[in-house]
Design a protein around this ligand. Structure first.
Ligand code: GAL
Length: 336
Protein backbone atom coordinates (compact mmCIF):
# COMPACT_ATOMS: atom_id res chain seq x y z
CA UNK A 1 0.00 0.00 0.00
CA UNK A 2 1.25 3.46 -0.83
CA UNK A 3 0.18 6.85 0.48
CA UNK A 4 1.60 10.32 0.04
CA UNK A 5 1.50 13.61 1.88
CA UNK A 6 3.05 17.06 1.69
CA UNK A 7 6.28 16.98 3.73
CA UNK A 8 7.10 20.70 3.38
CA UNK A 9 8.34 23.33 0.98
CA UNK A 10 12.00 23.98 0.20
CA UNK A 11 13.57 27.38 0.97
CA UNK A 12 13.24 28.13 -2.76
CA UNK A 13 9.51 27.34 -2.83
CA UNK A 14 9.30 23.79 -4.21
CA UNK A 15 6.87 21.39 -2.48
CA UNK A 16 8.36 18.15 -1.18
CA UNK A 17 6.28 14.96 -0.97
CA UNK A 18 6.67 12.10 1.49
CA UNK A 19 5.73 8.69 0.05
CA UNK A 20 4.97 5.92 2.50
CA UNK A 21 4.95 2.27 1.40
CA UNK A 22 3.55 -0.30 3.84
CA UNK A 23 3.56 -4.07 3.41
CA UNK A 24 1.17 -6.66 4.87
CA UNK A 25 3.58 -7.49 7.69
CA UNK A 26 3.36 -3.89 8.90
CA UNK A 27 6.77 -2.66 7.74
CA UNK A 28 6.63 0.88 6.47
CA UNK A 29 9.20 2.88 4.57
CA UNK A 30 9.06 6.64 3.95
CA UNK A 31 10.91 8.32 1.09
CA UNK A 32 11.06 11.95 -0.03
CA UNK A 33 11.38 13.30 -3.55
CA UNK A 34 13.98 15.69 -2.04
CA UNK A 35 17.27 13.85 -2.65
CA UNK A 36 15.34 10.54 -3.03
CA UNK A 37 15.83 10.49 0.72
CA UNK A 38 15.00 7.44 2.81
CA UNK A 39 13.35 9.24 5.74
CA UNK A 40 12.29 6.29 7.88
CA UNK A 41 12.09 2.49 8.01
CA UNK A 42 9.65 1.35 10.70
CA UNK A 43 9.48 -2.28 11.78
CA UNK A 44 6.45 -3.44 13.82
CA UNK A 45 8.69 -5.17 16.43
CA UNK A 46 5.98 -7.09 18.34
CA UNK A 47 3.66 -4.11 18.72
CA UNK A 48 6.33 -1.59 19.76
CA UNK A 49 7.43 -0.12 16.39
CA UNK A 50 11.09 0.69 15.90
CA UNK A 51 12.34 3.19 13.33
CA UNK A 52 15.80 1.95 12.31
CA UNK A 53 16.87 4.80 10.04
CA UNK A 54 18.04 8.26 11.17
CA UNK A 55 16.38 11.33 9.64
CA UNK A 56 14.61 14.63 10.22
CA UNK A 57 10.99 15.78 10.59
CA UNK A 58 11.28 18.89 8.42
CA UNK A 59 12.57 19.88 5.02
CA UNK A 60 14.44 22.79 6.68
CA UNK A 61 16.50 20.28 8.66
CA UNK A 62 17.37 18.35 5.49
CA UNK A 63 18.31 21.59 3.72
CA UNK A 64 20.48 22.99 6.50
CA UNK A 65 22.26 19.96 7.96
CA UNK A 66 25.31 18.16 6.61
CA UNK A 67 25.84 14.38 6.61
CA UNK A 68 23.57 13.31 3.70
CA UNK A 69 21.10 11.51 5.99
CA UNK A 70 19.23 8.89 3.93
CA UNK A 71 20.00 10.65 0.64
CA UNK A 72 20.87 9.30 -2.78
CA UNK A 73 24.39 10.29 -3.64
CA UNK A 74 25.32 11.22 -7.19
CA UNK A 75 26.77 11.56 -9.64
CA UNK A 76 29.72 9.97 -7.83
CA UNK A 77 29.73 8.57 -4.30
CA UNK A 78 32.91 9.10 -2.30
CA UNK A 79 35.93 11.28 -2.89
CA UNK A 80 37.55 12.21 -6.19
CA UNK A 81 41.19 13.23 -5.57
CA UNK A 82 42.00 16.84 -6.52
CA UNK A 83 38.43 17.04 -7.90
CA UNK A 84 39.92 16.07 -11.25
CA UNK A 85 38.38 13.71 -13.72
CA UNK A 86 40.33 12.60 -16.77
CA UNK A 87 38.18 11.06 -19.49
CA UNK A 88 39.21 10.49 -23.07
CA UNK A 89 42.25 12.78 -22.63
CA UNK A 90 40.05 15.66 -21.36
CA UNK A 91 40.53 16.94 -17.85
CA UNK A 92 37.35 18.06 -16.08
CA UNK A 93 37.55 20.08 -12.90
CA UNK A 94 34.74 19.12 -10.53
CA UNK A 95 33.44 21.14 -7.60
CA UNK A 96 35.91 21.16 -4.68
CA UNK A 97 33.66 20.65 -1.69
CA UNK A 98 35.99 18.62 0.59
CA UNK A 99 39.22 20.58 0.80
CA UNK A 100 40.78 20.27 -2.64
CA UNK A 101 38.83 17.07 -3.28
CA UNK A 102 35.36 16.38 -4.60
CA UNK A 103 32.87 14.55 -2.35
CA UNK A 104 29.49 12.90 -2.96
CA UNK A 105 28.57 14.70 -6.18
CA UNK A 106 29.60 18.21 -5.14
CA UNK A 107 28.06 21.21 -3.43
CA UNK A 108 24.59 20.59 -4.88
CA UNK A 109 24.63 16.87 -5.48
CA UNK A 110 21.63 14.60 -6.02
CA UNK A 111 20.95 14.81 -2.28
CA UNK A 112 19.86 18.46 -2.76
CA UNK A 113 17.60 18.09 -5.80
CA UNK A 114 13.85 17.58 -5.95
CA UNK A 115 13.19 14.59 -8.23
CA UNK A 116 10.11 13.84 -10.36
CA UNK A 117 8.15 10.92 -8.93
CA UNK A 118 5.78 8.22 -10.14
CA UNK A 119 4.28 5.48 -8.02
CA UNK A 120 2.85 1.97 -8.11
CA UNK A 121 1.21 -0.16 -5.39
CA UNK A 122 4.53 -0.87 -3.62
CA UNK A 123 7.16 1.34 -5.26
CA UNK A 124 8.19 4.91 -6.00
CA UNK A 125 10.33 5.79 -8.96
CA UNK A 126 12.25 9.06 -8.93
CA UNK A 127 13.86 10.61 -11.96
CA UNK A 128 16.16 13.52 -12.68
CA UNK A 129 18.17 14.78 -15.64
CA UNK A 130 21.52 16.19 -14.64
CA UNK A 131 22.67 18.74 -17.23
CA UNK A 132 26.06 18.66 -18.92
CA UNK A 133 28.78 20.03 -16.61
CA UNK A 134 26.59 20.06 -13.51
CA UNK A 135 29.10 20.24 -10.62
CA UNK A 136 31.70 19.87 -13.38
CA UNK A 137 30.69 16.41 -14.69
CA UNK A 138 30.68 15.92 -18.46
CA UNK A 139 27.56 14.85 -20.43
CA UNK A 140 23.87 15.02 -19.71
CA UNK A 141 22.95 12.16 -17.40
CA UNK A 142 19.40 10.83 -16.89
CA UNK A 143 18.89 8.86 -13.71
CA UNK A 144 16.08 6.90 -12.14
CA UNK A 145 16.01 5.62 -8.58
CA UNK A 146 13.30 3.15 -7.64
CA UNK A 147 12.40 2.15 -4.08
CA UNK A 148 10.28 -1.00 -3.71
CA UNK A 149 9.07 -2.65 -0.51
CA UNK A 150 8.26 -6.33 -1.05
CA UNK A 151 6.06 -8.72 0.91
CA UNK A 152 9.16 -10.61 2.03
CA UNK A 153 10.27 -7.53 4.00
CA UNK A 154 12.85 -6.38 1.52
CA UNK A 155 13.55 -2.79 0.58
CA UNK A 156 14.99 -2.80 -2.93
CA UNK A 157 16.82 0.24 -4.29
CA UNK A 158 17.47 0.23 -8.03
CA UNK A 159 19.36 2.99 -9.80
CA UNK A 160 19.78 3.47 -13.50
CA UNK A 161 21.90 5.95 -15.43
CA UNK A 162 22.19 6.77 -19.10
CA UNK A 163 24.19 9.64 -20.61
CA UNK A 164 24.63 11.28 -24.01
CA UNK A 165 28.44 11.11 -23.82
CA UNK A 166 31.27 9.53 -21.92
CA UNK A 167 31.05 10.12 -18.15
CA UNK A 168 31.17 8.43 -14.75
CA UNK A 169 28.28 7.11 -12.66
CA UNK A 170 28.51 5.75 -9.13
CA UNK A 171 25.34 6.24 -7.09
CA UNK A 172 24.67 5.03 -3.56
CA UNK A 173 22.15 5.45 -0.79
CA UNK A 174 23.46 7.12 2.35
CA UNK A 175 21.05 5.76 4.99
CA UNK A 176 22.25 5.87 8.60
CA UNK A 177 21.15 2.62 10.27
CA UNK A 178 20.65 1.87 13.93
CA UNK A 179 18.80 -1.42 14.38
CA UNK A 180 18.11 -0.63 18.05
CA UNK A 181 16.14 2.43 16.93
CA UNK A 182 17.21 5.75 15.41
CA UNK A 183 17.08 7.41 18.86
CA UNK A 184 18.92 4.75 20.85
CA UNK A 185 22.49 6.07 20.84
CA UNK A 186 25.69 4.30 19.91
CA UNK A 187 25.66 1.58 17.27
CA UNK A 188 28.98 0.07 18.34
CA UNK A 189 27.39 -2.96 20.02
CA UNK A 190 25.95 -4.03 16.63
CA UNK A 191 27.58 -6.96 14.89
CA UNK A 192 28.53 -6.80 11.24
CA UNK A 193 29.46 -9.39 8.68
CA UNK A 194 30.75 -8.48 5.22
CA UNK A 195 31.69 -10.96 2.51
CA UNK A 196 34.83 -9.01 1.66
CA UNK A 197 38.40 -10.27 1.74
CA UNK A 198 39.95 -6.94 0.67
CA UNK A 199 39.64 -3.32 1.70
CA UNK A 200 41.08 -0.07 0.36
CA UNK A 201 43.61 1.75 2.58
CA UNK A 202 43.27 5.56 2.63
CA UNK A 203 45.46 8.53 3.51
CA UNK A 204 44.59 11.01 6.26
CA UNK A 205 42.28 12.95 3.92
CA UNK A 206 40.44 9.67 3.26
CA UNK A 207 41.72 9.45 -0.30
CA UNK A 208 42.23 5.88 -1.53
CA UNK A 209 45.92 5.03 -1.64
CA UNK A 210 45.80 3.22 -4.95
CA UNK A 211 45.78 -0.43 -3.96
CA UNK A 212 43.63 -3.03 -2.21
CA UNK A 213 44.81 -4.99 0.81
CA UNK A 214 43.78 -8.34 2.31
CA UNK A 215 41.65 -8.07 5.48
CA UNK A 216 43.36 -11.04 7.14
CA UNK A 217 44.68 -10.06 10.57
CA UNK A 218 43.38 -6.47 10.30
CA UNK A 219 40.47 -4.65 11.97
CA UNK A 220 38.79 -4.83 8.55
CA UNK A 221 38.15 -8.55 8.76
CA UNK A 222 34.35 -8.92 9.01
CA UNK A 223 34.24 -12.23 7.11
CA UNK A 224 32.78 -13.72 10.25
CA UNK A 225 30.39 -11.51 12.18
CA UNK A 226 31.95 -9.33 14.86
CA UNK A 227 31.02 -6.38 17.02
CA UNK A 228 31.91 -2.97 15.67
CA UNK A 229 33.34 -2.10 19.08
CA UNK A 230 36.05 -4.77 18.58
CA UNK A 231 37.58 -2.67 15.83
CA UNK A 232 37.42 0.44 18.02
CA UNK A 233 39.84 -1.26 20.42
CA UNK A 234 42.58 -1.05 17.78
CA UNK A 235 44.83 2.02 17.41
CA UNK A 236 44.19 2.06 13.70
CA UNK A 237 40.41 2.48 13.94
CA UNK A 238 40.71 4.84 16.91
CA UNK A 239 43.11 7.02 14.95
CA UNK A 240 40.53 7.45 12.20
CA UNK A 241 37.72 7.97 14.78
CA UNK A 242 35.94 4.90 13.45
CA UNK A 243 35.40 3.01 10.22
CA UNK A 244 35.27 5.02 7.01
CA UNK A 245 36.58 2.50 4.50
CA UNK A 246 35.74 0.75 1.28
CA UNK A 247 35.41 -3.04 1.45
CA UNK A 248 35.66 -4.93 -1.83
CA UNK A 249 33.11 -7.73 -1.98
CA UNK A 250 34.03 -11.31 -2.71
CA UNK A 251 30.25 -11.81 -2.86
CA UNK A 252 27.78 -8.89 -2.69
CA UNK A 253 26.57 -9.75 0.80
CA UNK A 254 26.60 -8.20 4.28
CA UNK A 255 24.56 -8.47 7.46
CA UNK A 256 24.07 -6.07 10.33
CA UNK A 257 22.56 -7.17 13.63
CA UNK A 258 21.33 -4.99 16.48
CA UNK A 259 20.73 -5.91 20.12
CA UNK A 260 16.97 -6.45 20.12
CA UNK A 261 16.65 -9.24 17.57
CA UNK A 262 16.56 -7.14 14.40
CA UNK A 263 18.82 -8.10 11.51
CA UNK A 264 19.34 -6.46 8.15
CA UNK A 265 20.66 -8.61 5.30
CA UNK A 266 22.15 -6.82 2.33
CA UNK A 267 22.51 -8.24 -1.15
CA UNK A 268 23.90 -6.16 -3.96
CA UNK A 269 25.37 -6.28 -7.43
CA UNK A 270 27.80 -3.48 -6.50
CA UNK A 271 31.50 -4.28 -6.31
CA UNK A 272 32.09 -2.66 -2.91
CA UNK A 273 30.61 -1.09 0.20
CA UNK A 274 31.77 2.01 2.07
CA UNK A 275 31.40 1.32 5.78
CA UNK A 276 31.06 4.56 7.71
CA UNK A 277 30.38 4.62 11.45
CA UNK A 278 29.02 8.19 11.41
CA UNK A 279 32.31 9.59 12.68
CA UNK A 280 31.47 13.14 11.54
CA UNK A 281 27.85 13.11 12.70
CA UNK A 282 28.15 16.19 14.90
CA UNK A 283 25.54 16.52 17.66
CA UNK A 284 22.17 17.57 16.27
CA UNK A 285 18.43 17.07 16.65
CA UNK A 286 16.82 14.35 14.57
CA UNK A 287 13.27 12.99 14.29
CA UNK A 288 10.89 13.49 17.23
CA UNK A 289 13.45 15.41 19.28
CA UNK A 290 16.06 12.63 19.21
CA UNK A 291 19.66 13.77 19.60
CA UNK A 292 22.15 12.20 17.19
CA UNK A 293 25.87 12.03 17.97
CA UNK A 294 28.98 10.48 16.37
CA UNK A 295 28.75 6.66 16.11
CA UNK A 296 24.99 6.63 16.61
CA UNK A 297 24.56 4.91 13.25
CA UNK A 298 26.32 3.02 10.50
CA UNK A 299 26.12 3.69 6.77
CA UNK A 300 26.61 0.75 4.43
CA UNK A 301 26.99 2.48 1.09
CA UNK A 302 27.01 -0.09 -1.69
CA UNK A 303 28.88 1.39 -4.62
CA UNK A 304 31.87 1.01 -6.93
CA UNK A 305 35.46 0.90 -5.71
CA UNK A 306 36.83 4.41 -5.10
CA UNK A 307 38.87 6.53 -7.44
CA UNK A 308 42.49 6.08 -6.52
CA UNK A 309 45.08 8.77 -6.03
CA UNK A 310 46.71 7.71 -9.29
CA UNK A 311 43.59 8.90 -11.12
CA UNK A 312 42.31 5.63 -12.50
CA UNK A 313 38.55 5.30 -12.82
CA UNK A 314 37.22 1.90 -11.74
CA UNK A 315 35.84 0.12 -14.76
CA UNK A 316 32.44 -0.36 -13.05
CA UNK A 317 31.85 3.39 -12.69
CA UNK A 318 32.64 4.37 -16.28
CA UNK A 319 29.57 5.13 -18.34
CA UNK A 320 29.82 5.02 -22.12
CA UNK A 321 27.56 7.08 -24.39
CA UNK A 322 23.97 5.72 -24.35
CA UNK A 323 24.99 2.72 -22.25
CA UNK A 324 22.31 1.93 -19.67
CA UNK A 325 23.85 0.99 -16.33
CA UNK A 326 21.85 -0.32 -13.38
CA UNK A 327 22.65 -1.10 -9.76
CA UNK A 328 20.46 -2.97 -7.34
CA UNK A 329 20.77 -3.33 -3.58
CA UNK A 330 18.30 -5.17 -1.35
CA UNK A 331 17.92 -4.68 2.39
CA UNK A 332 15.95 -7.49 4.02
CA UNK A 333 14.70 -6.96 7.56
CA UNK A 334 14.33 -9.91 9.93
CA UNK A 335 12.92 -9.47 13.40
CA UNK A 336 13.23 -12.50 15.68
C1 GAL B 1 30.66 9.09 3.95
C2 GAL B 1 32.14 9.36 3.80
C3 GAL B 1 32.57 10.13 5.03
C4 GAL B 1 31.77 11.41 5.19
C5 GAL B 1 30.30 11.06 5.15
C6 GAL B 1 29.41 12.29 5.16
O1 GAL B 1 30.20 8.39 2.85
O2 GAL B 1 32.83 8.14 3.68
O3 GAL B 1 33.97 10.42 4.98
O4 GAL B 1 32.12 12.31 4.18
O5 GAL B 1 29.97 10.32 4.02
O6 GAL B 1 29.50 13.00 6.33
Amino acid sequence: MLSKELFGTTSYGVPVTLFRITNQNGISVAVLNYGCTLQSVCLPHHGAPIDVCLGYDTIEAYETNDGYLGAMIGRYAGRIPDAALVLDAHRYLLCRNDGVNHLHGGRIGFDRHVFRASTSENSVEFSYTSPNLEEGYPSTLSVTVRYTLTENDTLRIECEGIADGLTVWNPTNHAYWNLNGHDSGSVLSHTLRIAADRYVPVDRNLIALGYEKGVDGTPYDFRTAKQLSDGFLTNEIRASSGYDHCFVFSEGEAELKGNCGIRMQIRTDCKAVQVYTANFLSERFGKHGAVYRPHDAICLETESRPMMRIGTIPEESQLFPFQRKTHCTEFRFIDE
